[in-house]
Design a protein. Sequence first.
Length: 110
Amino acid sequence: MNRKLNAAVSHHDREVAELRADRELAVEYLKAAMESLDNPDNRAAGLLALRTVAEAYGGLGAVSAEAGISRESLYRALSAKGNPTLKTLLAVLKAVGMKLSVEPGHHAAA
């Protein structure tokens, strides 16, 4: 029996497509992931989420050009071991049509 199998779409590709199609989902996805930047043991999740959003909103080449960052630097900054500067984070967020904001934390200082 010779059956054609549909090409499987990777989880990552599906995620990129969903984020591209639903701006509010992209914002909430990135907000949740950015909370992980506070934790050095889980920082990769936030950086990889920002990379996924960048892929959804133009691709890394276009985002790096818009942000004024070399593509190679952007790949490094948004990798599992990346450590981007605040300038890089702000530039990438701006390039994908988002901005950094501050909200009260879960605990207040005395």
